[in-house]
Design a protein around this ligand. Structure first.
Ligand code: MN
Length: 285
């Protein structure tokens, strides 16, 4: 059995199928990890969502929620201020099976742990001050909230926003949950104590700022596991610092990645230009 970690799909369904063919994916033997941002911006978000759900229902795949997946949950819940011209979510919102798809999606985790290897998957990152077991437990707090019947109230009224920037275990309520979601699903840069910085989105450039990519801090407390993540398309294919970056920019005409955990092999295919939206790169995360 091979566990393949697949980078951000963002509606690039045809490229996903080409990638699975390229790696000779065997549904009965292999397991797929999807790093989140299954939907939005690309042309076939509905197909991507149905495909991942079907495999998950069969016990053949896991996913974690990314910021675009939260965006879909918000759009379904009527949060119009988060809909933008570049969204391609209408097809899902108008699909006959939308309720089932959303009800499944909102119960997905923020962190998945490999059953054998010391490896986890998150969408954006794990703050340097959290141990793996702390991260696992904080991720569950959010999942439990999203599994509650009043999940839409949490999503519409309390989830979105960039505060608090700093984590402390004494944080409570929605502030606590918002930091956890922002760290797992949006973070790129932070300081050594996990203070989040959202204005920076470019690739790292060796600057002397106290804000650095979340994974480079020497005293990071979660280096005992390999951390697989997506979200950061300008970062490139990094396999260092005990992390593996898998968003290689398929949406932007770059590559789509599958990383085989057991054999430590990275596979990529070139992506078609038609998946590339008419947008300035990184104009909005
Ligand atoms: Mn993302």
């Amino acid at each position: 059995m091979t566990t393949y970690v697949i980078g951000d799909l963002q509606g690039c369904f045809d490229e996903l199928q080409a990638l699975l063919e390229y790696i000779n994916y065997k549904p009965d033997n292999d397991h797929l990890w999807f790093v989140g941002d299954i939907v939005n911006r690309g042309p076939k978000s509905l197909e991507c969502l149905r495909f991942v759900k079907k495999l998950h229902d069969q016990g053949k795949a896991d996913m974690v929620l990314g910021n675009h997946d939260f965006h879909l949950l918000a759009a379904y819940s009527g949060l119009e201020k988060f809909t933008s011209k570049s969204d391609t979510l209408t097809q899902i919102l108008e699909a006959p099976d939308v309720d089932k798809l959303i009800d499944w999606l909102r119960q997905q985790p923020l962190l998945v742990t490999h059953p054998v290897f010391h490896a986890i998957m998150v969408h954006a990152g794990v703050p340097p001050q959290w141990t793996i077991s702390e991260a696992q437990s904080y991720a569950k707090e959010v999942q439990q909230q999203l599994c509650r019947p009043d999940w839409q109230d949490f999503l519409v009224n309390h989830l979105f926003g960039s505060e608090p920037k700093n984590w402390h275990n004494s944080l409570t309520g929605y502030d606590r949950l918002r930091y956890i979601v922002n760290a797992f699903a949006r973070m790129r840069y932070c300081d050594a104590n996990g203070k989040l910085e959202f204005k920076l989105k470019s690739a790292p450039n060796n600057n002397q700022s106290k804000y650095q990519p979340w994974f480079v801090f020497p005293k990071r407390r979660n280096k005992d596991y390999e951390v697989f993540f997506g979200h950061w398309s300008t970062l490139g294919a990094i396999d260092a610092y005990h992390v593996h970056a898998t968003d290689t920019g398929c949406l932007w005409g770059g590559k789509m990645t599958a990383y085989a955990i057991e054999s430590k092999q990275r596979f990529t295919i070139d992506c078609q230009q038609h998946c590339k939206p008419k947008l300035k790169k990184n104009s909005k995360q």
